[in-house]
Write a protein that binds this ligand. Sequence first.
Ligand SMILES: NC(=O)c1ccc[n+]([C@@H]2O[C@H](COP(=O)([O-])OP(=O)(O)OC[C@H]3O[C@@H](n4cnc5c(N)ncnc54)[C@H](OP(=O)(O)O)[C@@H]3O)[C@@H](O)[C@H]2O)c1
Length: 319
Amino acid sequence: MRAIYASSINPDDPLAGLVVGERPEPQVPEGWTIVQVKASALNHHDLWSLRGVGLSEEQVPMILGCDAAGIDANGNEVVVHAVIGEGEDETLDPKRTLLSEKHPGTLADLVAVPKRNVVPKPAGMSFTDAACFPTAWLTAYRMLVTRGRLPKEGSVLVQGAGGGVATAATVLAHAMGARVYVTSRDADKRERVEALGAQAFESGARLPERVDVVIETVGAATFDHSVKSTKPGGRIVVSGSTSGHQATVDLRRVFFLQQEIIGSTMGTRQELADLLDLVVSTGISPIVDGVYGFTEGRAAFERLNGGDVFGKIVLDHSR
Ligand SMILES: NC(=O)c1ccc[n+]([C@@H]2O[C@H](COP(=O)([O-])OP(=O)(O)OC[C@H]3O[C@@H](n4cnc5c(N)ncnc54)[C@H](OP(=O)(O)O)[C@@H]3O)[C@@H](O)[C@H]2O)c1
């Protein structure tokens, strides 16, 4: 079958080990199902894998990808949940794994997943839209709702404007009725987030108010500003550290203002189902940077690796 996979690991040049080619069809263990992938989407995670973060030289070749929508073995239209784990909250299972870490990922004609890892695709939602939700959008949803406990008519700061998690958080927080502030180093991106209903500011700028929840995926470059911008009792929710993972924290603010610094990773199957319900009930759509044919996979990865994306990069498996 067709597959986009890591053939080798290269920490400095992630695209060196990227292959758009052929791989054997995946095994389908007892209790699993096979999904014919109609559309998939890329994440920073795929670049981390090619760099050897979470994937070792012994594990390649490995099919990449966490996001997919398609048709399961029973003919149902489904969205694939990428977190494979046990328990009520599988994100807390110490043995949990994401598709493409231990088991082959979604950038292929077929992907095998545990039966519980498929969620019905809402009727009327395109496969290319549906493929955007399982990773970046699910992460943003859990950060805002479950971990961030965003209050009604609350306020949110999203650090960094263009990333998949950041754009998802901006759209979701606005749809939930929050006042949304977004920072970006880039004037074009600041203009684009204003069109999503947010107020945009230069990175590090003083905001009109201190916020209830900060969505932090940038890391070292913005963390001090996140702490300064959080109101007493507010929450800084961290799910990534693109600019560096060693941040400086003014602990005086953390204790004096009783702030919470909260880690967050992906989400549960139930949260993915709840997210899809919210998307349908509010009528929002994913922000898509571009849709590429499966055979244009390398160009899609080059775009992601270039760092100048705004929203999700999607692969349409029909071309
Ligand atoms: N834990 C999870 O479950 C999970 C899930 C998904 C993603 N993640 C992680 O979350 C992070 C974000 O991923 P993503 O794909 O959404 O976005 P991304 O492409 O990594 O970029 C996010 C934003 O970071 C800003 N940025 C990057 N370098 C910066 C710097 N040196 N100084 C200031 N700002 C900088 C950019 O904003 P501007 O250019 O607008 O300033 C960019 O739009 C990644 O590290 C990813 O691995 C984690």
